[in-house]
Design a protein around this ligand. Structure first.
Ligand SMILES: NC(=O)c1ccc[n+]([C@@H]2O[C@H](COP(=O)([O-])OP(=O)(O)OC[C@H]3O[C@@H](n4cnc5c(N)ncnc54)[C@H](O)[C@@H]3O)[C@@H](O)[C@H]2O)c1
Length: 410
């Protein structure tokens, strides 16, 4: 059992994420108050919490007798006066800078001393904090959807955050039973950033005619990834995935590696958003072909074998010999995952260990970039990146300059 916090949590906004975070807290024995904008929204938020709890009982993951005590630890209110002083406030209102500033400013005034955390996916924490009288109280606590199932939380530490507030945020995540990775306040933090090549390199391989969607998805699933990149984009929503890429690209000074793919843009323009519209990179719904999925028994063993195939495909490519398209595409995705992680480390965004935890715990990758690099071999990764960059030096495959903070991949 995790240590109790010194006071309740306030979660501002009881939507998809806020209701889930409050339920997660209550499931871990903590008290949580969901603060909504008005009484109708509070009713809707209470309904979301109750339905999520009922689903757990129906699935058998929670004893029926435990449901009432869990619910009793959650209050849903529409008024700041209705809660005891919280140890921390987590805002989970819609992704609008001014709204986030406004709700945190009100929370800061109502509860002096409380740590203020934002669950934003894409807005720099420093920009949210800049609107407040005490920006040093603000950190990022980025939960994943659904918060009760996803074990990872990114703790985003902007330069001005006071260590005492960072500590409180760390304790909150631990009290909620989450694994924490720390990141600096950079676009995409750790997970969204280091996951980009999984999608973008796969999209480039299709754009360039190297392999088709089914081949690439099959190669990745055989390598131990839970879903191939295209099937995963279909699940997340191609529009949602594109929005994350666009936001990172814009906030990241149009970094060439993060450039949105025309293939995604076309699908979104055509209303082919993935599973929710029954058509994306694959077809869904009645009559759609069932995709065969390779499900390796041991995903790490499968990953190591796939890294060998990718290594052989790299050797072949470097010496002008033919190699199976599936292996070449997988090799491209893996070296770009390694390269993005190297950039993130070189820029001080996160350590190699934190990135590996982010990718395995947060995204269920079979192993993290450091392990892929060790299996393929750092020199081979470098050689393949230089080969892909070509004589003109395509910046998409540029390598970070070695710096003292770049840890050798293990
Ligand atoms: N949905 C995801 O998969 C996901 C994952 C990680 C992070 N996030 C981030 O979490 C945040 C919330 O996302 P969501 O998907 O839960 O959104 P949502 O639209 O489901 O919920 C937002 C909630 O905020 C409430 N709200 C609006 N204005 C308010 C106000 N002034 N005071 C109090 N409550 C107010 C709304 O009534 C709603 O219940 C966003 O910043 C998003 O980027 C979302």
């Amino acid at each position: 059992m995790t240590a109790a916090l010194d006071g309740p949590l306030v979660v501002v906004g009881g939507g998809t994420m806020g209701a889930g975070i409050a339920l997660l807290a209550a499931l871990h024995g903590q008290r949580a108050t969901v603060l909504e904008g008005d009484a109708d929204a509070a009713d809707a938020a209470r309904g979301r919490v109750e339905r999520a709890l009922a689903r757990r009982v129906a699935r058998g993951t929670l004893e029926a007798a435990d449901a009432d005590p869990v619910l009793a630890r959650i209050a849903v209110v529409a008024d700041h006066g209705a809660t005891a002083d919280p140890v921390a406030v987590i805002e989970a209102v819609p992704e609008i800078l001014e709204l986030k500033r406004r709700v945190l400013a009100r929370a800061a005034a109502a509860w002096p001393g409380a740590t203020l955390a934002s669950n934003t996916s894409s807005i720099p924490i420093a920009e949210i904090a800049a609107g407040l009288d005490e920006p040093e109280r603000v950190v990022g606590l980025h939960f994943f959807n659904p918060p009760t199932e996803m074990k990872l939380v990114e703790l985003v530490v902007p330069p001005r955050a006071l260590p005492a507030h960072v500590d409180v945020a760390r304790r909150v995540a631990a009290a909620l039973g989450r694994t924490v990775v720390e990141a600096t306040d950079a676009p995409g933090f750790v997970v969204n950033r280091c996951a980009r090549p999984y999608y973008l390199e796969a999209l480039r391989a299709v754009e360039q005619g190297l392999a088709d969607v089914a081949t690439i998805d099959g190669a990745c699933e055989e390598a131990g990834f839970p879903l191939g990149p295209f099937a995963l984009m279909d699940l997340i929503g191609i529009d949602v995935s594109l929005a994350v890429t666009r936001s990172m690209w814009q906030r990241g000074d149009h970094e060439p590696r993060w450039r949105p793919s025309p293939l995604q843009e076309q699908r979104v323009a055509d209303g082919q958003l993935g599973r929710k519209s029954e058509r994306g990179f694959h077809a869904y719904g009645d009559g759609a072909p069932v995709r065969g999925r390779a499900r390796p028994a041991d995903r790490v063993v499968a990953a190591e074998e796939a890294a060998d195939r990718a290594g052989a495909a790299i050797d072949a490519s470097l010496t002008g010999r033919p190699a199976p398209a599936a292996d070449v595409a997988l090799a491209r995705i893996l070296v770009q995952l390694v390269n993005e992680a190297r950039f993130a480390q070189a820029e001080g965004v996160a350590t190699a260990d934190a990135i590996d935890v982010g990718m395995t715990v947060g995204l269920n990758h079979p192993v993290g970039p450091a392990r892929w690099s060790a299996w393929i071999g750092g020199a081979r990764v470098d050689g393949f990146l230089d080969h892909l960059a070509g004589p003109a030096g395509d910046p998409v495959y540029r390598r970070p300059a070695p710096t003292p903070t770049t840890e050798e991949p293990r």
